[in-house]
Design a protein around this ligand. Structure first.
Ligand code: FES
Ligand code: FES
Length: 160
């Protein structure tokens, strides 16, 4: 057994150290917010934060994640209240209609949140750069851009 720090808790997990973090989260911990898309590091649907940095959980072995704190969409929503927090980003995506099938959405939200946490006054371009590893096959990206623009405008008005 190993101890994984996940969304502010410590949980014992039985998976081997080589198991993909994505599978441990979904199958052992029942956290289905990280989505299995390509499982090859090409779509970003499985994005979670490891010590605040976005990582592709399909490519991260459990053994590497044991050194840090894993945050998924589920934990981020519970733990956030600011506009750039996970819940705020989720609200912006919902308001802009940037969600269709929803497979890409948790990964997109975690990636946007990571940029805005690191750089609260990030421009649209900087946030969209943070999404280069996140693919969406449904929305054509326009609604996603609109959601991002809402968030960057909020940070502009917060700066006055
Ligand atoms: S499922 Fe991990 S990058 Fe596609
Ligand atoms: S909403 Fe379907 S893949 Fe993005």
């Amino acid at each position: 057994m190993s101890t994984l720090r996940w969304n502010g808790r410590e949980r014992e997990v039985a998976a081997p150290l080589t198991a993909p973090l994505l599978d441990v989260l979904r199958d052992e911990l029942g956290d289905t917010t990280p989505k299995p898309g390509c499982r090859e590091g090409r779509c970003g649907a499985c994005t979670v934060l490891l010590d605040g940095e976005p990582v592709l959980s399909c490519l991260v072995p459990l053994g590497r994640a044991l050194d840090g704190e894993v945050t998924t969409l589920a934990g981020g929503v519970q733990g956030s209240s600011s506009a750039a927090g996970v819940a705020g980003v989720q609200d912006a995506f919902a308001a802009a209609g940037a969600v269709q099938c929803g497979i890409c959405t948790p990964g997109m939200i975690m990636a946007v949140h990571a940029v805005l946490s690191e750089t609260p006054d990030a421009t649209d371009e900087q946030v969209l750069e943070g999404l280069v590893n996140n693919l969406c096959r449904c929305t054509g990206y326009q609604k996603i851009r609109e959601a991002v623009a809402t968030l960057t405008r909020r940070s502009e008005s917060a700066r006055g």
